[in-house]
Design a binder for this molecule. Structure first.
Ligand SMILES: [Ca+2]
Length: 280
């Protein structure tokens, strides 16, 4: 290849095609890498600056009202009333209009994916029984292998019917749904203050912290496809579900559905100041 063509190839093509796959390395990610990243180094972030829609370099949408596998009641939209950048924050807001809940679920699928990284998300959560906000990750082979084979990492989940208790969990072929691989921590001012929800994911274990305080760690004694679907890229998801198998509050349910939401609730708002991803 002639030098000028080689330079153009390096500048234009390599950043989009290079995929780090070094088995001797303690970290990898597939969204462009200069091969000099050190543990603890910031490799990607969204600070949610600007106004309007989330950055399309990073985020795309899940849309619709199919219940999302959990009998959830909300309709996911990409409308600014449900998802927007405002005052340096990502705002996801579930809204009730004419009895119908709309909300948003955004994801970095096919845009930004990561393997063996630490994720820190600084967020303030919604209050209200029936809300179910989450910041989480799903294996990018989900379309091919399905769930739970792709693996799931729940960085933060909160159900408003049990206010002030933040949950983190892993879903794997060996334990999923009502998974045994879960931990929780009390965050009494979850809806009034920003806290840093953190997951440290290495090739050996996945640990969960709030404001730096470790409260759960998953480290199977034997790693195999059933216990450890965590050696491939994952994408990020941020959403507020309403009702659903876990979020629904039984005291407000009707017609035998998982639609238990405080009838006095009109809005539920989550704000995310940043999501930062670091090499491990
Ligand atoms: Ca910010």
């Amino acid at each position: 290849m002639r030098p000028m063509k080689l330079i153009l190839f390096v500048i234009l093509v390599l950043p989009f095609t290079y995929c780090k796959d070094d088995p001797g390395s303690s970290f990898s990610y597939d969204n462009g890498d200069d091969d000099t990243t050190k543990a603890g180094e910031l490799i990607w972030s969204d600070e949610f600056n600007g106004q309007g829609a989330p950055n399309t370099n990073n985020w795309t949408y899940d849309l619709g009202d199919n219940g999302w596998g959990n009998n959830e009641v909300q309709l996911y939209t990409s409308d600014r009333k449900n998802v927007r950048i405002e005052d340096g924050k990502l705002v996801i807001e579930a809204v009730k209009e004419d009895g119908q809940w709309t909300s948003a679920r955004i994801k970095t699928q096919n845009k930004q994916t990561f393997t063996h990284v630490t994720v820190k998300a600084r967020a303030k959560l919604p209050d209200g029984s029936g809300t179910w906000p989450a910041i989480w990750m799903l294996g990018d082979n989900f379309p091919e292998v399905g769930w739970p084979e792709c693996g799931e990492i729940d960085i933060m989940e909160h159900v408003g019917k049990d206010p002030g208790v933040v949950h983190s969990a892993l879903h794997t072929p060996s334990s999923y749904g009502n998974t045994q691989n879960t931990g929780e921590i009390e965050v009494p001012d979850f809806d009034e203050a920003f806290h840093v929800y953190e997951t440290e994911w290495t090739s050996e274990r996945i640990s969960f912290k709030v404001d730096g305080e470790l409260f759960y760690s998953y480290e199977p004694t034997e790693q195999n496809a059933r216990t450890w679907p965590y050696d491939h890229p994952f994408f990020l998801i941020v959403n507020i579900a309403m009702g659903g198998n876990w979020g629904s509050d039984p005291q407000y349910e009707s017609d035998g559905k998982k639609n238990g939401i405080d009838p006095a609730l009109e809005r539920a708002r989550m704000e995310v100041d940043y999501i930062r991803v670091y090499a491990n």
